[in-house]
Design a protein around this ligand. Structure first.
Ligand code: MN
Length: 185
């Protein structure tokens, strides 16, 4: 679900050099807050070790971020206890989680499979403007309110099939991209 590879860190560094340190810090903080939210939800408690595993980052990175999140009053950390949200932290984490769920739902509506929807939602959720989020929310609502008889989903799937954009292979997104590129040529 989380892809903290070298390329990602290089990109981060590039952006930091460009002078967007504050923005990237916020983004990183959002990833942690979301992970803490999910762990709390799944296990009922949150330990630094679990965050490191979940985000595939080192223990010192987690310690650094715990310190930062505590200083910013998003969490309270008890050394032998666990990590708990403050009211402010809980509010922000809930907001991030909501954005994530909405984006996943939207991506699935347009035909993205579950796994890609989850991964891509985590990338999109930091950068989408509140205005776009509102539009997406309205769109997802609109779709959910359509009567079964409208058959829009079936029609859309049919359209994707006809255009050759729907592949039932393991490397769906790659195929999809290649086909779109071919069509553009
Ligand atoms: Mn996410």
């Amino acid at each position: 679900m989380y892809n903290y590879n070298k390329k990602y860190f290089k990109l981060k560094l590039k952006i930091i050099i460009k002078g967007r340190l504050r923005l990237m810090t916020t983004r990183n903080m959002e990833d942690y807050l979301e992970a803490i939210w999910n762990l709390q939800d799944e296990k009922g408690y949150v330990k630094a070790k679990d965050i490191a595993e979940r985000l595939e980052v080192s223990r010192p990175s987690v310690s650094g971020m715990i310190k930062k999140l505590s200083e910013n009053e998003y969490i309270v950390y008890e050394k032998y206890g666990g990590i708990v949200f403050t009211i402010k932290g809980k509010k922000l984490a809930r907001e991030i989680k909501k954005r994530h769920t909405l984006l996943v739902e939207f991506l699935k509506i347009i035909g993205v499979d579950e796994q890609n929807a989850q991964t891509d939602a985590c990338k999109l959720e930091h950068d989408v403007s509140p205005e776009t989020i509102t539009c997406l929310l309205k769109f997802v609502e609109f779709i959910s309110l359509l009567p079964e008889s409208s058959k829009w989903k079936e029609n859309f799937q049919e359209y994707l099939k006809k255009r050759g954009l729907l592949e039932r292979s393991s490397n769906k997104s790659k195929n999809c991209k290649e086909k779109i590129l071919k069509e553009i040529e």
